[in-house]
Design a protein around this ligand. Sequence first.
Ligand code: CAA
Length: 382
Amino acid sequence: MIFKLNEEQLANQEKYRAFAEAKVKPLAEEMDENEKLDEGLLDDLKKEGFLGIPFSKEYGGVGGTYLDYCLAVEELSKCDGSTGVTISVHTSLCCSCIDSFGTEEQKQKFLRPLVDGTSYGCFGLTEPNAGSDAAGQQTEAVYDEAADEYVINGSKIFTTNAEFADYCIVFAMTDKSLGTKGITAFVVDLRSPGVKVNPSIKRMGIRAASNCEVFYEDVRVPAANRLSEEGKGFKIAMKALDGGRIGIAAQAVGIAQGALDIALAYVKERHQFGRPIAAFQTTQFKLAQMQTEIDAARLLVYRAATTKDDGEVYGPQAAMAKLKASAVANDVCREAVQLMGGYGYCREYQAERYLRDAKITEIYEGTSEVMKMVISGAMKVK
Ligand code: CAA
């Protein structure tokens, strides 16, 4: 069993870190304030290959591993959680669906532009009334035989990346009587007539990320855009989320490490009672605990990612990584703000942004409660 990154992984990590430090960090505060990602940054991420890390070079991807992709999400999130989730949703929720379930033709048509840095993608599963209960889909797709097209009607909420994405994996009921077996997945071009993307929803954290309600009104989608067979959509969504949860766990680790790094620099500078507050053992012990928790979460992320890379069952490992890393992110960010006292609470010092960003990691791509359902399910508790 190997607990260390190899030389190639370390070199990739260094490359992602250098990019994040140079291109993401200087913009993070302003993007949070403006509640919008910088357009130059979105282009730079494309140019530097961040959109195609774990995908084959055959389709224009980078040809890296899932672990490489997690290292990238962690490094981006260390500087900015919004940038981290943008790449995570694009990669694990959108591209992975086409990579795993698309035909050769669909890969050439949709996966190639998504992974070669031409287009961004998103994932439309959650609906106003179908969150944790993802099977409760109300969006419908009706097959029009004469046109060999499906007509989609409905709405999706919390669609990350929707404002600038070109393609969305949309899940819709093709047969309401069949429950989860009546859900079908489609690749929808968001420029299609009938698609309306609302402005980003105002949120507590990851404020720069695009996160929208999307309406589909008589949207005509060629049957050639259907992923796999009718009725396979729920399993496609669940598989994508298994991988997505590792990405979000990596995001949580990055957010936690970013907040700790800020607090660590602060306690060395800040003097109270005639000494830097780093000189107090209470401070040292807090920092030691925080770093240990982050490293434990990071190892769970690495385990889940390498299990996926090895082609083994990784859903429960992904859920454990997300459950632990998201809790650690929230605890560490809260402690970071506390260590920095009144300054920790001020926007200028940035720790509060990490605390706001951390909360969502316990909610999206499956709440912590859903993670426990997945883990206990695999343990065959009942
Ligand atoms: N892989 C493959 N198949 C799976 C699976 C998986 N991980 N999980 C379940 N399935 C299959 C089951 O085997 C079952 O198939 P059969 O009927 O053939 O046996 C079928 O799916 C139904 O399974 P369940 O009965 O377990 O389904 P459920 O309705 O009880 O739901 C759940 C289980 C785990 C709660 C699931 O609904 C879930 O994960 N909910 C959370 C949804 C979620 O994470 N949403 C996030 C959306 S994306 C987002 O956050 C926005 C963003 O952009 C960041």
